[in-house]
Design a protein around this ligand. Structure first.
Ligand code: 3H9
Length: 655
């Protein structure tokens, strides 16, 4: 079988009269210019050869086509465009079938949709994640997908950007079949189709949709949009598929794609996309092999410990949870099991997987059972004496090559490590609550942490589906240090005249799901109060200090769980509380401050500047390796809107 080369990344070979075209553009077979050019040449070649009766398009490696080449965005366009390639595929006189070997995303999914048939291998997946990049599909996806799956399912898929596996794709009508040998099956389908009139997706009549279901699907997408333009545009375009001609709707789709592609929102989301691929990459770990991890120990099965346990269990680990008493162990097991149940109820976990997780779970009061653990994570009370005493005990129990991780939020892990027999095996793993849901993990590279220990916990975090960001030792690590600076600035503005509700409203309008004072109330005010009291003796007496939060705590207002904090929750709803306003007014008077008004723009500008300045300090101190890591921490741990790119990106005048 001889190989025909159509471009540097597209080649073909003829099998049983069918031209099998392979896209090989590592790492993800994105539709770079040479892929588009190669595809057109391949179609022309097949059309010209009388002996070829059909064409199959497939991808090399583990991806079918990962989408348009995002690195080309912003550069001058190169012919042919992706929509032109789609038109060539759809209007080809010979049957074209996609043999989808792996992920078919964005432009990759659009290629499959433009084909006359689609066969998925077992590792295939389909999705239109464009809205996650601040754009809409730009090569016919908003028009061809609804023709195959209906308007409602297309709104859901394109509006959410979610990916579906072959079974769901088949059920939706997105594909024609699933086959272990997808290539042979696709070739057979192309051969069988030859005599039939070709099913051109663009020519399919859209099934009439239930208006109420369309409205529900639309509302669901818009509710999650948090002020972003792309989801609403995507929904509008999908709905247009049943109202306008294919030609008009495609022109609208293209114009919308081009406009959004050049927007700040899209630039911010592309920054986040590449930042995520960079995160956790540490130059000094090149060539360092991670250790093998099978059994994870967790000391403390409270809310945080149970969350980490669920994340580890669902990633396939064996888990030993340790508590101080049998009674506490039983409660810990119950907590883990309930969290697994909730994941099943919400459809995030299969029933059978939950049962497998429970079979790999052991919660006990016998700390000696940690002798089998490869990694032990402590999630006990955040107190230095408690944690060091625990790690010293663990020294005598765990294997010499086992790794010890502390989940502290504020303590110095170097001090914990120094108190142990093997400081090189100690590392920080700062999970965010609820740990089974939140993606972010700050991985603290301590003074003595060995490179293979760091490499192992990074691999572990990725196995859990988390986004690990490496940071050095500092009080509060990256996130809580920036959060403190941001909170301090918010309190300055409140003392100077803004109300907590003004600050929260400005942040929510910017895209945060919740303003800082609402977050503060949700988390509880007492832990930060205790810390401020501990730090009081060493605080710079000349530095500005706002006492309002202390006064709230002294009045027993610890936030939502006590019914009162920065707001009043006694009616069940968050309400502005005149008592808090009076307390703030008193604090201003005590300092002789004449309150002034703040515009939402000024509030946001000052808060962003406070975050970016603290971020800059973290970079200067070598705590964070790159500013994009800081952006990821704030987006994934603190609600910073991804479509603004993070505080460092925004500070560069980008958002
Ligand atoms: C689109 O298609 C628009 C169209 O509708 C219209 C056009 C007209 N381009 O994630 P990984 C790089 S918009 C360029 O670790 P995995 C990535 O930066 C696109 N580069 O791999 C990384 O580089 P490095 C819609 C890309 O195996 C390397 O590939 N599509 C692209 O874990 C490996 O990435 C999407 O949004 C790209 N499209 O996962 C899908 N994609 O090694 C985006 C990746 O230098 N991609 N790179 O750090 C993904 O979701 C995952 O990469 C994928 C593979 C699932 C495909």
């Amino acid at each position: 079988m001889s190989t025909i080369r159509f471009s540097e990344s597209v080649s073909g070979s003829i099998r049983g009269g069918v031209l099998v075209v392979t896209i090989d553009n590592a790492p993800v077979n994105a539709t770079s210019a040479h892929v588009r050019q190669g595809l057109v040449k391949a179609l022309e070649h097949a059309t010209a050869l009388g002996t070829v009766t059909g064409i199959v398009i497939t991808g090399a490696g583990h991806t079918f086509v990962g989408g348009a080449d995002i690195k080309e965005f912003g550069k001058p366009p190169v012919e042919p465009t992706l929509p032109e390639v789609m038109e060539r595929i759809e209007n080809c006189g010979k049957p074209v079938v996609a043999a989808v070997n792996g992920a078919a995303l964005g432009g990759g999914c659009e290629i499959a949709l433009a084909c006359h048939g689609r066969i998925a291998g077992e590792a295939a997946s389909f999705g239109m994640p464009e809205v996650k990049l601040g754009i809409v599909p730009g090569a016919g996806g908003t028009q061809r997908l609804p023709r195959l799956v209906g308007i409602v399912a297309a709104i859901d898929l394109i509006g959410s950007g979610r990916t579906v596996k072959p079974a769901e794709a088949l059920k939706l009508g997105l594909i024609d079949g699933i086959a272990a040998d997808h290539l042979s099956t696709a070739i057979a389908l192309a051969r069988g189709m030859a005599a039939d009139p070709l099913r051109r997706t663009g020519g399919i009549q859209i099934a009439g949709a239930d208006a109420a279901a369309v409205e529900i699907a639309t509302k669901k997408v818009l509710a999650k949009a948090r002020g972003q333009a792309a989801p609403a545009e995507a929904v509008r375009l999908v709905r247009k598929a049943s109202e306008a001609s294919l030609e008009d709707a495609l022109a609208d789709e293209r114009a919308t794609f081009m406009r959004l592609r050049d927007s700040r929102e899209a630039a911010a989301l592309r920054h986040v996309f590449f930042a995520e691929r960079q995160a956790g990459k540490v130059g000094k770990l090149d060539g360092v092999a991670p250790r093998k991890l099978e059994t994870i120990g967790i000391v403390g099965t409270g809310l945080m410990g149970a969350g980490i346990a669920v994340a580890a269990l669902t990633a396939g680990c064996r888990l030993v949870g340790v508590e101080q008493t049998e009674d506490a162990a039983a409660k810990g097991r119950e907590r883990i099991s309930e969290t697994l149940d909730k994941a099943v109820q919400s459809g995030r976990l299969a029933d059978a997987t939950r049962n497998e997780c429970l079979a790999r779970l052991d919660v006990t009061s016998e700390i000696s059972r940690l002798a089998t653990a490869d990694l032990v994570i402590e999630a006990v009370f955040d107190d230095l004496a408690v944690k060091t005493e625990l790690f010293q005990r663990l020294d005598g129990i765990v294997r010499p090559d086992a790794i010890l991780a502390t989940n502290t939020s504020y303590l110095n892990p170097d001090e914990i490590a120094a108190a142990t027999a093997h400081p090189g095996r100690v590392v920080g793993l700062h999970f965010f609550s609820p740990a089974n849901i939140m993606r972010l993990v700050e991985v603290v590279d301590c003074k003595a942490t060995l490179p293979d220990v760091l490499a192992t916990v990074l691999a572990f975090a990725r196995k859990l589906g988390k986004l690990p960001v490496v940071c050095g030792v500092t009080e509060g690590f990256i996130g809580n240090r920036i959060f403190s600076a941001y909170r301090r600035e918010a309190e300055f503005m409140v003392e100077d005249g803004a109300s907590p509700a003004d600050v929260d409203a400005a942040l929510e309008a910017y895209g945060f799901p919740m303003g800082i004072f609402t977050v503060y109330d949700m988390a509880g005010l007492e832990i930060a109060w205790a810390r401020r009291k501990r730090q009081a003796a060493t605080r710079d007496p000349n530095a500005r200090y706002v006492e309002i939060a202390d006064k709230l705590c002294e009045a027993g207002r610890f936030g939502r769980k006590t019914g009162k904090g920065w707001y009043d929750y006694s009616s069940g709803e968050k309400a502005v509380d005149p008592e808090v306003a009076a307390l703030i007014a008193e604090a201003r008077t005590a300092k002789g401050i004449v309150p002034r008004g703040f515009t939402p723009e000024e509030i946001v500008r000052r808060l962003l500047r406070a975050m970016a300045e603290e971020g800059k300090a973290l970079l200067d101190e070598g705590i964070a390796a790159r500013s994009s890591d800081i952006d990821l921490v704030m987006i994934n741990g603190y609600g910073f809107p991804a479509h603004k790119g993070g505080p460092m990106f925004a500070a560069e005048g980008n958002a």
